[in-house]
Design a protein around this ligand. Structure first.
Ligand code: TYD
Length: 138
């Protein structure tokens, strides 16, 4: 079945308060509905730059603004949705089959991504028209 932007939810993550700061714990298969096989993070993003501009065929991701803020545009080929991430204890789960763009990064923003699979270039759809065709055939 075709993916929908409405399947991409903001998940509240736990936050343990401490006098000396906070800690948030994410457990694959526990607080998020997939196992984590890879973690990566974007940082030192120059002002005005955007990232993403692709979809994935199988990959699930949890995207967290570990520091600062940024916007994510989601597009399933029919509906679009814009989400702002600006707190480290909330994550956006992006399901497979969604075109995404990340933009409007604040200075010093860190975009932490927990991914369900290891890196595989074959899982990417990097051309928008290919994505539209792919999604209308699922
Ligand atoms: P890409 O996913 O296209 O970046 P973004 O969505 O943040 O704009 O990846 C950028 C480059 O980094 C691309 O050449 C592939 C490489 N890369 C890896 O080698 N391994 C990885 O896990 C990731 C996420 C990217």
């Amino acid at each position: 079945m075709r993916s929908s932007v409405f399947d991409c939810a903001i998940l509240p993550l736990n936050k343990i308060h401490n006098r000396a700061g906070n800690i948030t714990i994410v457990e694959g298969g526990g607080s998020i509905p997939f196992n984590v096989r890879r973690i990566y993070y974007l940082y030192d993003i120059p002002g005005g730059e955007s990232r993403g501009g692709h979809a994935h065929k199988e990959l699930y991701q949890l995207i967290v603004a570990a520091s600062g803020s940024f916007d994510i545009l989601l597009d399933d080929g029919v509906n679009k949705k814009s989400v702002t991430l600006n707190r480290p204890n909330y994550g956006l789960m992006v399901v497979p089959g969604i075109w995404r763009e990340l933009l409007d990064f604040s200075s010093g923003a860190i975009c932490l991504v927990l991914a369900s699979e290891k890196y595989d270039e074959n899982d990417y759809i990097r051309e928008y028209q290919t994505f539209k065709n792919y999604n209308s055939n699922v």
